[in-house]
Design a protein around this ligand. Structure first.
Ligand code: NAD
Length: 264
């Protein structure tokens, strides 16, 4: 390990399995010497997350569904009791009805719009609110976003609107928490085949398109996102807040996409 997070304690929310971006981040943090706590969403994920947590010597901070504020409060009450303080927080949570991650954005229902915004946007503010109280010595908060916040991506629909709001939240939170030496940033990750991504229509095509058109001619891995997260969570980035950092093999800088993905 590199010791970049030695002596630091962090909460990581959003591990579903070993393909989760949150898992890539957790591995990088554990390797850097951090003490970790992981939450899982519902009983079904407990069996997946418990062995992963023990692999890293991480504490399981319990079942947390961000639509249930009592379960969110319980996680922070547990951490306050166990650790008394928190140095960093990772929020890798998003949800939208699969039915609406296909077809046209204009057909979004009010119910799914509200649910998508609640789980994918408000939850970051809700956990930031609670984590701030435990970050008495300052800290770093990180969320995950996608290019669909900036430009229209096929099938991303209401999730793109939610990510735009999430990125705006990062900036507002950075101002609110800056005085307490708490930094707030986002990583805009390129497409990665995870459980959440399996809900997005034509995802294989999107992966190929990125591979052919990104400057680095590849898609990114959860380990690469983890390494960039390590920079944002550690003191290496003490001068950085309110930032949306792209970890996308450079895809976002390309104006004119040159190559169509061959037959897939
Ligand atoms: P994932 O399916 O592994 O993780 C999504 C997590 O969200 C799961 O752990 C799930 O339990 C959690 N979640 C959903 N609803 C919840 C709720 N109500 N309460 C608590 N947790 C809830 O997929 P992932 O791709 O690793 O997603 C992590 C983050 O990365 C998401 O914000 C996603 O939008 C973002 N992201 C993903 C990609 C990609 O291509 N995979 C690209 C850019 C950004």
């Amino acid at each position: 390990g590199n010791g970049l997070l030695a002596g630091k304690r962090g909460l990581i929310m959003g591990v579903a399995n070993n393909r989760s971006i949150a898992w890539g981040i957790a591995k990088a943090c554990a390797d850097a010497g951090a003490e970790l706590a992981l939450t899982y969403q519902g009983e079904a994920f407990r069996k997946r997350v418990e062995p992963l947590a023990s692999e890293l010597g991480a504490h399981v901070a319990g079942d947390c569904d961000v639509t249930d504020m009592d379960s969110v409060d319980a996680v922070f009450a547990g951490l306050e009791q166990k650790w008394g303080k928190l140095d960093f927080l990772v929020h890798a949570i998003a949800f939208s009805d699969k039915e609406e991650l296909d077809g046209r954005y204009v057909d979004t229902t009010r119910a799914n719009f509200q649910r998508t915004m609640d789980i994918s946007v408000y939850s970051f503010t809700a956990v930031a609110q609670r984590a701030e109280k435990l970050m008495s010595e300052g800290g770093s908060m990180l969320t995950l976003t996608y290019y669909g916040a900036e430009k229209v991506m096929p099938h991303y629909n209401v999730m793109g609107v939610a990510k735009a709001a999430l990125e705006a939240s990062v900036r507002y939170l950075a101002v609110d928490l800056g005085g307490s030496k708490v930094r707030v940033n986002a990583i805009s990750a390129g497409p990665i085949k995870t459980l959440a991504a399996s809900g997005i229509g034509d995802f294989r095509y999107i992966l190929k398109w990125n591979e052919y058109n990104a400057p680095l001619k590849k898609t990114v891995s959860i380990e690469e996102v983890g390494n960039s997260a390590l920079y944002l969570l550690s003191d290496l980035s003490n001068g950085v807040t309110g930032e949306v950092h792209h970890v996308d093999a450079g895809y976002h800088v390309v104006g004119m996409k040159a190559v169509d993905a061959p037959d897939i």
